[in-house]
Design a protein around this ligand. Sequence first.
Ligand SMILES: *Cc1c(COP(=O)(O)O)cnc(C)c1O
Length: 374
Amino acid sequence: MLPYGRQNVTDADIEAVTAALRSDWLTTGPKVDLFENDLTRIAGAPCVSVSNGTAALHTAYAAAGIGAGDEVITTPMTFWATAGTATTLGATVVFADVEEDTANLDPYAVEAAVTPRTRAIAAVDYAGHPAEYDELRKIADSADATLIADAAHAIGSTYRGRPVGTLADLTTFSFFPTKNLTTAEGGAVASTDPALLERARIFRTVGLVRDPAVLRRTDEGPWFYEVQELGLNYRLPDVLCALGSSQLRRLGDFKARRAALSARYDEFLADVPGLRLPVTRDHVDPMRHLYPVRIQGGRRREVFERMRAAGIGVQVNYIPVYWHPLYEDLGYQRGMCPNAEAFYAEQLSLPLFYDLTDADQDRVIETLRTILES
Ligand SMILES: *Cc1c(COP(=O)(O)O)cnc(C)c1O
C-alpha cells in the first residue's frame, strides 16, 4: 500500500542516532540544546523540545495558565489533541467554524465566540497553510487571550514573510513520522515571550525549579529544587534530538519536494470532474504537509474505498472534533460548525511525502481520474 505520508531516514540520520547512543547522554544532554537551537533558526523563536505534539499542546496551554473555568476557542478541523489537551486541563473548549476554502479557523467565527471567559485562541495551520494570524492577533489582544498556533503541519511555512513560530504567543510542533520531519515521537513549543517559554520548560521538566532567583527557600543547599506548580515528564531524549537535528538539515529539500509534488497535483488534477483542489493564499508560503482534495457529488466514501482497493493509502483529515463521543457526551451537538462538516464530508488526503516518486504520483492521479470520470 502506498502510504499517504511517511518518513525519510538517511544513513546520516542513522549515524547521528548511533553517535548519540554511544555518548554519555541518552536523555537531557547536549543534543537537546543543539536541536532546540536548530529549531529556533527555522521557527524564528526560541524553542523547548517535548516528547510529542500532544505534549506540546498540553505544555503550551499549561504555560498559558489555562485551567478550570477558562474558555479556549479552537477549530474542529484538526486532530482532536488540539482540543483534548485543553479539556484535560479543565477548560471549556468552544469550537468556532472554519473558512470555507482553507479549512482554517475563521477569524469572524472566532470573534463571535469570544466571551469574558475566553483565555486562549488556538488555531491550526491545516495541511501546512498558515491561519490568518494578523486577524486572530487583533481578536486575541482585544479579548486579553493567549494566541496559540498548533503548527503540527506547518514547520517551515511562512505568513506575510514571517515564519510559523513567530505568529502566535505559543506555537507547537509535532515530529511524528508522517509530519514534515521526524524524531519518531517528538514535538516542540516555540515562543518569543521568555516568561511563557520558561513556564513551558518547567512544565515539561516535571515542574522542577532550580533557579535561586525564584526559589522560595534559598538557604537549603546546592542540591535543592522546588516544585511550585504541576509539571510532567515531557522531555525529548538526546537520542531523538540527534535525529531531529540531522533531519532539520534537509527541511529545505523536504519543503521543495512537497511543493513540487503539490504543483504536479494542481496541474494534472485541474480538469478532473467532481474534484476541488486546495487553495493557497497569496500571502502564505506553505510547507505542504497534506494535499487535501474535496470529492464532490457524495462520492467521497466510494473514492476512498476504491483508492484503497487500488493500493493507494488515502486518508481523511479530520473527523470534526466535537463528533467524538467524548464531546458528544459533554453536550456538543452536530451541526454547530457547518463549514467544517461540509469540508469533512468531502475531504480526502492524497499521498504526499518526500520520497513519493513522480511515477507513483502519476498512478495516484490516473486512478483518481479513472474513478471520477466513470
Ligand atoms: C499530529 C498532530 C498533533 C499531535 O501530534 P503527536 O506528535 O502525534 O502527538 C496535534 N495536532 C495536529 C494538527 C496534528 O496533526
